[in-house]
Design a protein around this ligand. Structure first.
Ligand SMILES: Cc1cc2nc3c(=O)[nH]c(=O)nc-3n(C[C@H](O)[C@H](O)[C@H](O)COP(=O)(O)OP(=O)(O)OC[C@H]3O[C@@H](n4cnc5c(N)ncnc54)[C@H](O)[C@@H]3O)c2cc1C
Ligand code: SF4
Length: 444
């Protein structure tokens, strides 16, 4: 039995088109207006609302919920978007269970929070469906800012600068803008081409040019940008990936989880995407969960996440862990990979059980072998392509609280910058705050 499973390899079309469409449909379907009204009614409109304090972009949550409750979702959207221009995407991808909804008074008193994320989506979707862009540009300042990287941090920075009257040119290495909104976020969180539609809507502000296929490094230098523009904002994300450092890492079937997810997000026909029968994902963050869940949704039979620490230490939230389990993914804790088996193509992963002593992961000597025709590595991403001469801190570009780097007139934000917690919403907050500081510098 085990041999025939291993021999089957990595193939496409494990499921038919109907099954795939159903598997990859919206994780949290949008509210109908009457559902939004009922959900909004549950809010206590707290004074000093803990939900707002927990939001990295400081959205006035009770205010926007009140606006929905009084039948004005477009005003609610404006309240959201003033703080978070990617409020539509954040409504879909924010781990609300560890942010606003975790501290919601309804959660702490009754165990059921106001569904803030879904209400935010209702408001922003309503406004976008009406084709409205609620902001206008201030009088032009004549200043030009270069942004490098068109992910959430770069887009948020560019929008705020354009709104304040500056001209912005975004230089993006890939052929398409969006960063991980387009190439990383799980397909069932951002359906119907939402990332592209949101960018199109955001650009309605005017004053932003996106030059794709332009990478800092091979195509242009930081010196070139600092001499050609009044300020530079770096938002290049984390393009490198950590290796397992085991023999056989280049065998067929071994793959970086982010590459697999990027291929999946770029695919126009999921039935053409090959997936293994026995998939093992090494790691414990959102990337590991997304790779595992999406493998399962593509039709992989046995999918296991192997994480080296205990459940409580897993970076993926309890909600993400439950989602994985509900989709049939097996979660193994306190195991680490010690050998990859196979001859040309991977056929099994040997895991060693671990214990954590004084915070350090230590092997116990006891091992287990899992059959695997596909192994995804999801053990963290690293900064790649940072310009020379910038100070680094823990492998990221050193920035202060408003994103200033060690180089004059160069700011950075999002995943590539020190601090923050590598979430879409944090990237948006950092892009916005750096834009405000750039504006202050350029107009002082
Ligand atoms: C698989 C995966 C799933 C995730 N799921 C979630 C989730 O559900 N919820 C959540 O909140 N967060 C999630 N995250 C994290 C979130 O996507 C990131 O924190 C966020 O995208 C960071 O935004 P950013 O703008 O800093 O970087 P990115 O989104 O990485 O964008 C960086 C941009 O810079 C470009 N670039 C890179 N190098 C250069 C260069 N040299 N020159 C020019 N351009 C360059 C890249 O092509 C890219 O477009 C996930 C991350 C991953 C990997
Ligand atoms: S904490 Fe909950 S109940 Fe209070 S304002 Fe925020 S969403 Fe409403």
């Amino acid at each position: 039995m085990a041999n025939s499973l291993m021999a089957s390899g990595i193939v496409a079309q494990r499921l038919n088109a109907e099954e795939l469409a159903s598997n990859f449909s919206d994780l949290h379907p949008a509210y109908a207006p009457h559902e939004a009204a009922v959900a909004a009614d549950r809010c206590y409109f707290c004074y000093d609302a803990p939900c707002t304090t927990a939001c990295p972009t400081d959205i006035d949550i009770p205010m926007f919920i009140r606006e929905i409750q009084t039948g004005n979702p477009e005003a609610a959207a404006r309240t959201i978007l003033e703080q978070n221009i990617l409020g539509g995407m954040c409504a879909r991808v924010c781990p609300t269970e560890t942010l606003c909804e975790e501290v919601c008074v309804r959660e702490t008193s009754e165990g059921k929070p106001v569904e803030i994320g879904r209400l935010q989506r209702f408001a922003t979707d309503t406004l976008m469906a009406a084709g409205v862009h609620p902001f206008e540009r201030a009088a032009l300042t004549g200043k030009r800012v270069a942004v490098v990287g068109a992910g959430p941090a770069g887009l948020a920075c560019a929008h705020r600068l354009a709104m304040l009257g500056h001209e912005v040119v975004i230089h993006e290495a890939k052929p398409k803008a969006g960063g991980l909104n387009n190439f990383g976020i799980a397909a069932y969180k951002s359906t119907d081409n939402f990332a592209d539609r949101e960018i199109e809507w955001l650009l309605q502000i005017g004053g932003i040019t996106i030059e794709t296929g332009k990478a800092l490094g091979p195509d242009l230098s930081l010196d070139h940008l600092t001499s050609g523009f009044d300020a530079v904002f770096l938002s290049i994300g984390l393009a490198g990936v950590n290796a397992l450092r085991l023999q056989g890492e280049d065998m067929k079937g071994m793959r970086d989880a982010v590459d697999f997810i990027e291929e999946l997000r770029s695919s126009s026909d999921l039935s053409t995407l090959p997936v293994g029968r026995n998939v093992v994902v090494i790691g414990g963050g959102m990337t590991a969960v997304d790779a595992a869940v999406q493998s399962k949704l593509l039709g992989a039979e046995n999918v296991t996440i192997a994480y080296r620490r205990g459940r409580d230490a897993m970076p993926a939230s309890g909600f993400e862990q439950d989602l994985a389990a509900a989709k049939g993914v097996k979660l193994m804790f306190n195991v680490m990979p010690v050998a990859l088996k196979g001859d040309g193509a991977v056929s099994a992963v040997e895991l060693e059980y671990t214990s954590v002593i004084d915070g350090k992961v230590t092997g116990t000597g006891e091992t287990i072998e899992l059959p695997a025709d596909q192994v995804f590595k999801a053990i963290g991403q690293t900064l790649r392509g940072a310009p020379d001469g910038l100070s680094l801190d823990g492998g990221k570009i050193t920035v202060n609280e408003v994103g200033r780097t060690s180089k004059d007139m160069v700011w950075a934000g999002g995943d590539c910058a020190s601090g923050g917690d590598d979430l879409t919403v944090t990237a948006v907050a950092e892009g916005r705050d750096a834009a405000m500081d750039i504006h202050a510098q350029l107009t002082s």
